[in-house]
Write a protein that binds this ligand. Structure first.
Ligand code: MUC
Ligand code: MG
Length: 373
């Protein structure tokens, strides 16, 4: 008998970060995850996670809106439906609700986790099978202090945790940011790759000035220097500079990817399950990028272990990603809500094995960190 979706529970979980994480639009001291527990009529439970950065600082969904919109609008569309018909369920959500891609990603993750557990298969196998079992992971230096960032980078290199670093800039005047980045690159030399993420903070004229200096300093990749909607500007920057551009906020899904590619963009796309409404949507974007010769990068919205594991299952189905991944979210958090953390070693992370996502909740930790009201 086909199992039906019986209930969907959402929890807000607040976990402190190991240090302040400073981006152009906010500084995080805590990460709030929306954890989804989806239960089917055959007793199987699927887990999902919907996470953003800094409340409403990053995008139009906040943790509270993700929870509320799942509870009020999305979950009622799924309850009572066949649990094993993911394509039909995605179409149903798309037909009756707009936007809310992080919420949809959390639900799709839970549906895939449940189906994997039901069939005894990892999520990657449901997506056609993993091509990689260990994926490279960079680290973001974003303490807001140059000397502290340099110490942090050397520690990570010594521990063989990370050998590529992304620097968050855009909060300070451009010359100060460039000096900060150049000092870190100079200290690290050829031992590590250094990239920057401006998180949309510059206008195009500032970007031209900043990128010229960053290119000179040996920076490998420039992420989202100008506002998300300025596709034409991003294409101009890609044509103007030798250093490649990485589109992040500018590219949510396959349609954005197609627009940018058709407009002549070259460089790379940051893939995020949260931007594309789940694993299938993000793989559609990856396929557009592949068809257009645009590089792939496995991105994060700083999810905890559940969202990170879900992303890894998607990235693992792709050929080697030109720019690796940034799936370090769990390492930025002081604690975890799963029984066995992901295994980070040799500058990367292992794809979890076992049915579904391959992660199990630690119920005591979950209860401890769950918001009570
Ligand atoms: C972003 O915009 O890329 C990814 C790593 C990080 O530190 O912040 C995120 C968001
Ligand atoms: Mg980014």
């Amino acid at each position: 008998m086909t199992p039906l979706i019986e209930s969907i529970e959402t929890l807000l979980v607040d976990l402190p970060t190991i240090r302040p994480h400073k981006l152009s639009m906010t500084t995080m001291a805590c990460q709030t995850m929306v954890i989804v527990r989806l239960r089917d009529s055959d007793g199987i439970e699927g887990l999902g996670e919907g996470t953003t950065i800094g409340g409403l600082a990053y995008g139009p969904e906040s943790p509270e809106s993700i929870k509320r919109n799942i509870d009020s609008y999305l979950a009622p569309l799924l309850i009572g439906q066949p649990a094993d018909s993911l394509n039909a369920l995605r179409a149903r959500l798309a037909r009756h609700t707009r936007g809310n891609m992080i919420a949809k990603s959390a639900l799709e993750t839970a549906l895939l986790d449940a189906q994997g557990k039901r069939l005894g298969l990892p999520v990657a196998a449901l997506l056609g099978g993993a091509r990689q079992a260990h994926l490279p992971v960079l680290w973001t230096l974003a303490s807001g202090d140059t000397a502290r960032d340099i110490d942090e980078a050397f520690q990570r290199l010594e521990d063989r945790r990370h050998c590529d670093f992304k620097l968050k800039i855009g909060a300070n005047p451009v010359d100060r940011d460039v000096a900060h980045v150049a000092a870190i690159k100079e200290a690290l030399g050829d031992r590590a790759g250094v990239r920057v993420d401006v998180n949309q903070a510059w206008d195009e004229a500032t970007a031209v000035r900043g990128i010229a200096a960053l290119q000179e300093a040996g920076i490998a990749l420039i992420e989202q220097a100008i506002p998300a909607r300025e596709h034409a500007g991003l294409i101009r920057l890609a044509h103007r500079f030798r250093v490649p551009m990485l589109a992040d906020e500018a590219v949510q899904d396959a349609r954005d990817g197609f627009d940018l590619a058709a407009g002549g963009f070259s460089g790379a796309f940051a893939l995020k399950i949260a931007k594309s409404g789940g694993l299938h949507g993000v793989l559609e974007l990856a396929h557009v990028a592949q068809a257009a010769g645009i590089g792939l990068y496995g991105g994060t919205l700083l999810e905890g272990t559940i969202g990170t594991a879900a992303s890894l299952h998607a990235w693992a189905t792709l050929p080697e990603l030109a720019w690796g991944t940034e799936m370090f979210g769990p390492l930025l958090l002081e604690d975890d809500i799963v029984e066995t953390p992901l295994r980070y070693h040799d500058f990367g992370v292992e794809l979890p094995t076992g049915p579904g996502l391959g992660v199990r909740l630690d119920e005591d930790k979950l209860a401890h960190y769950s918001r009570k009201s």
